[in-house]
Design a protein around this ligand. Sequence first.
Ligand code: ZN
Ligand code: ZN
Length: 425
Amino acid sequence: MKFKSVRGTRDVFSPEIELWQYLENTAVALLKAYGFSEIRTPIFEESALFNRSIGEDTDIVEKEMYSFQDKKGRNLTLRPEGTAGVIRAAIEQNLLVQSNIAKLYYLGPMFRYERPQAGRYRQFYQIGAECVGSDNYRRDLEIILWCVDYFAAIGLTGLKVCLNSVGCADCRPAYREVLKKYLQDQTGKLCGDCQRRAVKNPLRVLDCKVDSCREIIFGIPAMQDWLCDACKTNLSEIEADLKKEKVNFIIDKYLVRGLDYYTRTVFEIKSENLGAQDTIAAGGRYDKLVQELGGPPMPAVGFALGLERVSEVRQKQKAVATPGNRIDIFFALLGEQAQNRAAGVIRELRQQRIKVEAVFENKSLKSQMRLADQSGAKFTAILGEEELKKDSVTLRNMQTKEQKDIKLDELSQFLKTAKSEEYNG
Ligand SMILES: [Zn+2]
Ligand SMILES: [Zn+2]
C-alpha cells in the first residue's frame, strides 16, 4: 500500500525548506524590530468564530472552510486565516488593555478548500501581524512599511502597493445603498452568488472573481466618492507619507479584500512576477472586530503574507542567491579505528554548531569521496591508517582541491577561522 499526500497539500524539503527558513527568520527579526511579539494560537477554533469575524457571505465561509464535528459534536474549523484566532486569544488572555497598544505576530499553516492551482494550496502558510489599540494612521503605515521593508530585505523587486479605503460605519451604509440600487438593475448579469450578495452584502460583489461579474464591477460607482471627511483624511495622510517614504503605490478604488471586517484602509502588495495570482501580502484596518468578538472597543490594523507565493517570487528572481544548508566538513573514515577516533571530534564540532556529516558504513575511499562531493561540503577530512598514526586528518578543500595535514585537536579552531573569514569576505 502506497500513500500520497492529500490533494491540495504538499511536502516542503531541501533546498526549498532552507529558503522558507530564511524567509521566516528574516520576517521574525524584522517583526521584532517593529515591536511585535509572537502569539501561537490553535490550528482549530469554534466555527462560529470565523463565521462571525470573516462574514457569512464571504467566499471563505460559504465554500472554503474545513469544518467538522468532533466526538462531542462541537462545530470546529481549521483556521482559514490568522486574525480571528489572534483576536480571540488576545481577548481571552486579557492582552488588550485600553490605552495600551498590543502588537502580535503569528506564523503557521492555514486551511481553505480551494480549487488547487499553481501556487495555491489547501494547506498554506502565512506570516501575519496585528496592531490593536490605535486608530492613528501611522499604525496603518507601520504595517504597510513593514511589508515593504520585508520584501526589500529578502531581495524582491518589481512590487507595488495597492491602497484603498472601504470607509467606516459613518459613510459605508450610504455607499451600500448606492451599490444595492446599482446592482438591482444588473441582477440578470450577475453570477448566482452575487445575485444573493447584491441584496444581503453588496460590497462582496466587488470581490467576485467571475468574469461576467468583473465586467459589471468596472462600471460600479466607487467607495472613494462616498468617504466621510475622517476617512478621506485618513487615506490622504497615508498617501502623503507613502510618497515621503518613496514607496511605489497606487490607489485601487475597487479593492475591498475578501473579508467583511475591514474598515478604512485596505491594501495589497503585488508582484509583477506572478501572473494572475499576483498578491503576495495584504491587510487593512478592522476597527469593529475586537468589539464584535466580545472584546473592548479597540481599533486595529494588520496584514498577512503567503509564504508559498513569496517563495515562488523569490525563486523566479534568479539574481538573488538562495541560502543553502551546506555541510561545513565531511568525514571520510577508513576502518573501525578511524570511526572510533572521529566520533568524539565530530560530536565536539557539532556542539560548536559546525555542520558535520560522516560515513560510518564501511565504504571505499572512492565512494566516500563521491558522497562528499554530493554533500556540497566545503572540506573533507580523510582519516585512514596513515593519518591515525599522526592523530591528524588529510583536509581537502573541495573547491580548490588543495590538501593539507591538520591535527585532529586543531580542526575545530581551523574551521571556525575558515567560517569567520568566509562571512567577512
Ligand atoms: Zn468614514
Ligand atoms: Zn459574481
